[in-house]
Design a protein around this ligand. Sequence first.
Ligand code: C2O
Ligand code: CU
Length: 431
Amino acid sequence: MLLTRRSFLGGMTLTLAGTGLPAATRELILAPQAIKARFAGHDVSMLGFNGGLPGPEIRVRQGQTARITLDNRLEEGALVHWHGLRVPNRMDGVNVLTQDAVIPGASFRYQFGAPDAGTFWYHSHYLSYDQVSRGLFGAFVVEEQAEPAVDHDIVVQFFDLLLDGSGQYDEAFNPAHFATEGRIGNIVTTLVSNGTGKIVKRGDRLRLRLINPSIDRVYRVGLNGLAGKIVALDGMPLVHPQTLEPILLAPGQRCDVIGDATGPIRFDDDFGEQTLRLGEIAVSGYRDPAKAPISALPPNRMPAPKVSGPTTELVLQGGAGSASHSGTGTWALNGVSGLPRTPFLSVKQGTTARISIRNETGFPHVMHLHGHHFWELDAAGRTGAYRDSTYLDIGETRDILVVLDNPGSWMLHCHMLSHQADGMATWIRVG
Ligand code: C2O
Ligand code: CU
């Protein structure tokens, strides 16, 4: 069963339109609450921020301060994490490590700057496998001071959902899902938000901001009808934009593409056994395509890595059929399941660490570090993309290099949120 839904959330998009220079502070309220959303012909009981799924598209200008009040209208705790944004630790929204859950009826004010331009997102970080799968997520866009010239800036989120036989959110939470590839939905919905609401014409230049807020599903997204380049991964500009090929998008990851429409823009996923049509952006009419070449986005300020000490190993273990390890969950990192008392790594602020991540399990994973981006290293030790989440196939090892310059306690976990819930989480202390 496959449902594709296009939702034009123009009215909900919070832009700075109107008055010339943006205010120094962007204020808004995020209120998570129970909602009904329409999927596959059913009114499904879900959760949403400010009444919608996805939550409002938050847009700030690079350098602006965001002041966001979480107003908890759920009947359980709530927290918001700003995925990929380099925020102060106490604003990171992580239960236990950085703050207590906000109780029902209470509120909490998050305030942070936006040092990096790019495509980020926000989501619940309280019982996140549950709350995110019910809809508590949204896009967080930080616009460049000098934005690239495009006709449309469109956020596209691929979200999957597991419905039961009666067309409602499946409450069963099969334990076998946690121990294997996670909770994979039987519906995939493509949430398209076109802030300007303008009709896309053939020949128009588009910037697409692809986000994977699904809790466990990996996509490999092929784009048809667009001639362009990949310009950013996980919010961070690529020094050299890459040829547009099918894009691996694991949970939590983002990808920015800039290109010219050559026809209807179709998103297909060929990660699984069969190709799935994820969604489409219709085009109508024609204009002469923009002639300017697609160039790299302006870089964000990146820390300079200094030669590091010894490489630290992080071994991913556990899952169905694996040997035992300590702790309570199914998955483990370096022999421990669940958030350990002591951090995986404790370093002085400014330390460059090289971490070698080895996937010894029978399943793929995507490891996400809070508060920082890191370089993926290739086998020869050369730095590749600067990301906040790295995908590891079965048996794969990848080294990352990270300048730990943001003080505090930062989670490092698998962003397949069923795996995180079932033990695949640790943390780093930067003092
Ligand atoms: Cu996107 Cu720890 O999260
Ligand atoms: Cu995992």
